[in-house]
Design a protein around this ligand. Structure first.
Ligand SMILES: *Cc1c(COP(=O)(O)O)cnc(C)c1O
Length: 466
């Protein structure tokens, strides 16, 4: 089995043997060693920390995750859109290791270091717009979103924050308030932060009057709610994922984002694009908002930014980013030097392997096969997404659009049993999402799709066939 010529086979740690890019099942899933570890997890780890697939990992790289029992799984999840450059990517390991050997931490607010500045310089270059930009670095996506809200409130002197149905922004108190879905993210964890207002998103598949006028109608509702209920002059920020992630890989109808951005500009509202899941080559662009030439005032990034090390950022217009007083932003670990080195290695890899082109190639391979499946099985209501951020939404048979979370879970379970790591998402739990590492070999991609096809063939009752 070979990877495509564009992508060199991943090397092992410290130049050791590469992890074979082959699916291999040597035990049932989960195997005995994973089961033993799962028992220890149950005894030692809080139940609130869930598990999608109960296998424990030994190694990972390229398109493969290898478990402690020796099973090699095809990775269609990338640790939730994080390891876009692959696990232990050569440049990430090289740069992070070099940094580890020099110093591990000083606190960027105490005595700064070059890597932090270099990451901010890269963010200024890579994010949309040619205006003057600045960044601040943090650890997690939620922390970046929290800080984007802090910055927008400070810069505008306003308090209200507008977010969207099906939006996901994290699990801290403020970001839970920004997040739409109750279970599992918010249930029992209130009270939530005030001054958060939720408005409709242009979700073509579920727009009541159909997809044709979805963008205009949804934007009109948003404008009306902000103008009449919240007050544009009270609104600090509009925060939206240009391609919604956890809420179901929803692509807002074309025209919706530009309308929102224009309204925000007109009323001095800070337009924040949360590109934590969709950013860094995932959709075949550096950032998903580029597809509609939307230039956000602030952009939040994390996940794919550093090849698996914890790092996040808020990047945006210099005058907005500079509004807060010195000492007002930061954190002990924000922009940790090892994480910054890893980010520079990840960005180097994205450029060198042209991972935007790889993401588009993944779409070219996957989308037609998913569309073919949708033609065959009535349970697939829609195929959507861009680049290597693709999904199918499952509905109950019968021609309606009633969500089918049970079928979705069954397909995912079947795939897991066959050694294909897939994730689900969606407000209704009825979306299968595909987030392969952008360096995955085309043979593994095809094999993963074969497994998915078999899953639908095996699980679809005759009534589920078109
Ligand atoms: C994952 C995610 C977050 C939260 O990031 P964490 O690192 O888990 O805190 C925020 N916004 C979006 C769009 C995400 O996908």
């Amino acid at each position: 089995m070979t990877t495509t010529p564009a992508v060199p086979a991943p090397t092992g740690p410290a130049g050791g043997p590469a992890l074979p890019q082959r699916r291999k099942l040597v035990t049932a899933i989960p195997g005995p060693k994973s089961q033993e570890l799962m028992a220890r997890k149950q005894a030692a780890v809080a139940d609130g920390v869930g598990t999608v697939m109960p296998v424990f990992v030994e190694r990972a790289g390229g398109g493969i995750v290898q478990d402690v029992d020796g099973n090699a799984l095809i990775d269609f999840g990338s640790g939730i859109a994080v390891t876009s450059v692959g696990n232990s990517a050569e440049a990430v390991v090289r740069r992070a290791a070099e940094q580890l050997s020099r110093f591990t931490h000083t606190c960027a607010m105490v005595t700064p270091y070059e890597g932090y500045v270099e990451v901010c310089e890269e963010l200024a270059r890579l994010t949309p717009g040619d205006h003057a930009k600045k960044s601040a670095l943090f650890n997690s996506g939620a922390e970046a979103v929290e800080n984007a809200v802090k910055i927008a409130r400070y810069a505008t002197g306003r308090q209200a924050v507008v977010v969207f149905e099906h939006g996901y922004h994290g699990r801290t108190n403020l970001t839970m308030a920004l997040t739409a879905k109750n279970m599992p993210y918010k249930h029992g964890f209130g009270p939530f932060a005030p001054e958060i207002h939720r408005v409709p998103v242009a979700y073509p598949f579920r727009w009541l009057t159909g997809p044709e006028h979805c963008a205009e109608e949804a934007a009109a509702q948003v404008v009306d709610q902000i103008s009449k209920q919240i007050g544009a002059q009270n609104t600090a920020a509009i925060v939206i994922e240009p391609l919604l992630g956890e809420g179901g890989f929803i692509e807002p109808a074309r025209g919706f984002l530009p309308r929102l951005a224009a309204f925000a500009r007109e009323h001095g509202i800070v337009f924040v694009a949360d590109e934590i899941q969709s950013g860094f080559c995932r959709t075949g662009q550096w950032f998903a908002c580029e597809d509609e030439n939307v230039v956000p005032d602030l952009i939040t990034t994390a996940k794919g930014i550093a090849g698996g090390l914890p790092l996040s950022a808020v990047t945006g217009r210099a005058e907005i980013m500079d509004a807060a007083h010195a000492g007002g932003l930061g954190g002990t670990y924000g922009g940790n030097p090892v994480a910054c080195a890893a980010a520079l290695g990840a960005i180097e890899t994205m450029r060198e392997l042209d991972l935007n082109a790889r993401a588009r190639r993944i779409e070219e391979i996957m989308k037609p096969r998913l569309a073919e499946l949708a033609g065959r099985y009535e349970t697939i209501g829609e195929v959507r997404g861009r680049g290597a951020m693709l999904a199918v939404e499952l509905v109950r048979p019968g021609g309606g659009r009633e969500p089918d979370p049970e079928a979705t879970a069954a397909v995912a379970r079947y795939c897991h049993g066959q050694g294909l790591l897939v994730l689900t998402c969606g407000t209704y739990g009825n979306v299968l999402r595909f987030l392969p590492p952008l360096v995955i070999g085309e043979d593994l991609l095809a094999e993963g799709l074969d497994i998915l096809e078999t899953a639908f063939a095996t699980l679809s009752a005759p009534v589920g066939r078109r």
